[in-house]
Design a protein around this ligand. Sequence first.
Ligand code: GLC
Length: 452
Amino acid sequence: MNSKRVALSLLIVFCLNISTVFCQDKPSIFNESSTAKKERMKWWTDARFGMFIHWGLYSLGARHEWLKHNEHMTNEEYQKYFTLFNPDHFEPGKWADEAKAAGMKYAVLTTKHHDGFCLFDSKFTDYKATNSPAKRDLVREYVNAFRAKGMKIGFYYSLLDWHHPDYTMDDVHPLTQTDTTQANYDRLNKGRDMAKYRKYLRDQITELLTNYGKIDVLWLDWTWGDDSKRGKHAEDWGAVELIKLVRKLQPGIIVNNRLGLNKYSDGGDFETPEQVSTAELEKYKGKTWETCQTFSGSWGYYRDETSWKTHRKLLDLLITSVANGGNLILNVGPTARGEFDYRAKYSLDSLSVWMHENSRSIYGCTTAPDGFEAPKDTKLTYNPGTKRLYVHIYNFVANSKLILPGYAGKIKYAQLLNDESEIAFTTEGNDVVLKMPKVAPPYEIPVIELFL
Ligand code: GLC
């Protein structure tokens, strides 16, 4: 070999090594192929729309589910809610009806939130609904009611616990808010043992995933970023062992990404952008994700909250999620009496009217294929199974012409989705021109269905 050749082969070997270093996949915990994962998650990616339910003792305080933290309350101060929790209007069948009518296909209920109160009958704590005046396993009633209506069942479970005697201090614990000195942490941590709390997590997750039949989604919440000094990380939860346990108990389950296992390729099934704007959703294209959003600012019932999202805003969140290939889970915070707030009911009812006629542009849909540009003031979704493209019209002008740029020769038929009424179109150069109806359809955002 001459020296040039030697240099060239050395260069090739060097480049190959570099590329394996940089392109190396993250390590995995399980051995699941991407096809198997897709199959496991198919119902969820097709569903696109779910209901989050944040309900617990904080509903009585009615001023944010973090009120124990925000007001630095001790267990004793918070106890009044436990002794009063008696949801006399709790009828989960009604919740399921509302969710289903709004077009949601799955629900995720807070079985335990950060305050540590369990809505389920756990053997491992007394701090549970069965010991409160509610006197029943509210999780069981939720599961039975939602399952009976054909909804998929999800459990939210808080990794944080501001009530458990072994849960150590961190920078969001209610008791560390007024005195952040190390001395205070040390004083409060005396006698606390995270190893015992880790066992508690495992025991409770085992109960939840054993005693309630098939559970479709587990939504664990949450873990601090790596740079946080006084936060909790994957090791604090025994996260790898925990997710192995979860998958052993419920092999088909779908788990979110908040266990702190991001360094693994399969430490969670989907990303969870929280309360982000529709513009931000674009950067999740190509990933598997679900954006969680509130109707107003708080997850738990907040009586005096006024920042309720409009019907248009909610629709935009749903459409934009699907347009970027993701799911939307919209949160309801029922009152302490166990009912949906009137504003939530109103929002759900408006969504149900839209979804009744237009849900075909949501279910089973995703990002539009390359080569289809969204005309001004529209957003596109696409169903790859039926090969139909949906144009969501944000600014409907009756009797106008809607230009679809570069669509010439790509469209077989066009109709308004809500009533399947034909939309006439012509081809002008590279474009298709749709003739809009003379009368505006009665929807905030009407949809046109194009057959490709
Ligand atoms: C945050 C909050 C929590 C809420 C959750 C929903 O993690 O701590 O209150 O349950 O987001 O995504």
